[in-house]
Design a protein around this ligand. Structure first.
Ligand SMILES: [Zn+2]
Length: 313
């Protein structure tokens, strides 16, 4: 009997150590990339990018990337990126909507018990306050925290690639909310424009190189990256949840095993994309890589709602 107890204790200890190891630092190998140059600045004037902060989730650095500190709290941003162009205004993702309390109940049990969230004025409210009516909404992917605000933005086309449209239908619990809301608005687009920054296919949305979408399957089957090149010469890439925090790109380091298993569709594809983004960031000085949930990065972006100026003395 004593031997059985010892064996059970040993197995438990081994399991705990194995789980702890999955959070330990382990950076991915990222050799320097060859032949990457900054994309051209569009000739079109008036292309601007603005961020809308629309919700927070509180988690830890250790849950976001391998090697992060599990006791270091990180604010996971929820929000939308607005790209204004003379031909239309695009909104990428939709942050927390007004019914986020209901939406949160569609998330995995582990998330509901471990994570806390805070509401902020919704994307729809902030767009209305700024007098903006988007011409289209584009999703980096269709997980609940990116579609929650769709409900508040009716009658606007929601653009996704076919692979993500299929994932909405067949993704089970991961896309339960995306199936419940917005399904009539989904429109599918393709990537007809050939290679872009090492990605095989692309979709040059306005035809002037200002907004270029590329397939980036991994986190979900139809995830995209959106390269935004603004008229003031700045370069951004919206990467959805391929990395949750910038360290995922900078090391590069993937999410720990537990998080990967909860949220990533194909860990191998995600690893490849993290290395690619790391290489792009090194090769293109001034490229701002925007993980959907890194609040620190979002706060450095131009804001739709600038802080009110301090009163004149
Ligand atoms: Zn997300």
């Amino acid at each position: 009997m004593r031997l059985v107890i010892r064996l059970v204790l040993f197995a438990l200890l081994a399991a705990v150590l194995a789980l702890a190891w999955t959070f330990a630092p382990q950076d991915l190998d990222a050799p320097p990339a060859q032949g990457i140059a900054a994309p051209p600045v569009p000739a079109t004037p008036g292309v601007e990018l603005k961020a809308i902060l629309a919700g927070k989730m509180l988690s830890s650095a250790g849950f976001a990337y391998r090697g992060g500190n599990l006791t270091e709290e990180r604010v996971f941003n929820m929000g939308a990126i607005v790209v204004s162009h003379p031909k239309g205004t695009l909104v990428f993702d939709t942050g927390f909507g007004k019914n986020v309390a209901e939406h949160f109940k569609t998330t995995p049990w582990l998330m509901q018990t471990t994570a806390r969230y805070e509401q902020e004025p919704t994307v729809a409210e902030q767009l209305t306050a700024a007098g903006i009516t988007p011409s289209a909404i584009l999703l980096t992917h269709a997980h609940w925290d990116h579609v929650s605000g769709l409900e508040d933005l009716p009658n606007i086309p929601v653009l996704v690639p076919q692979a993500e449209r299929d994932f909405v239908d067949n993704g089970g619990a991961a896309t339960e909310l995306a199936r419940k809301i917005g399904t009539t608005a989904y429109k599918v687009y393709d990537f007809p424009n050939g290679p872009y920054l090492g990605f095989e296919n692309s979709f040059d949305y306005f035809g002037d190189g200002s907004v270029v979408l590329v397939p980036a399957p991994g986190h979900t089957p139809g995830s995209i990256f959106a390269f935004i090149n603004t008229s003031d010469g700045k370069h951004y890439v919206l990467i959805g949840d391929t990395a949750w925090q910038s360290e995922g790109i900078d090391h590069p380091a993937e999410k720990p095993w537990l998080a990967r298993n909860l949220v990533d569709n194909d860990a191998e594809q995600v690893r490849g994309l993290l290395v690619r983004l790391h290489q792009l960031k090194e090769a293109i000085p001034g490229l701002t890589v925007v993980p959907a949930h890194d609040r620190r990065i979002w706060e450095t972006l131009p804001q739709l709602k600038e802080p009110s100026p301090s009163p004149q003395q």
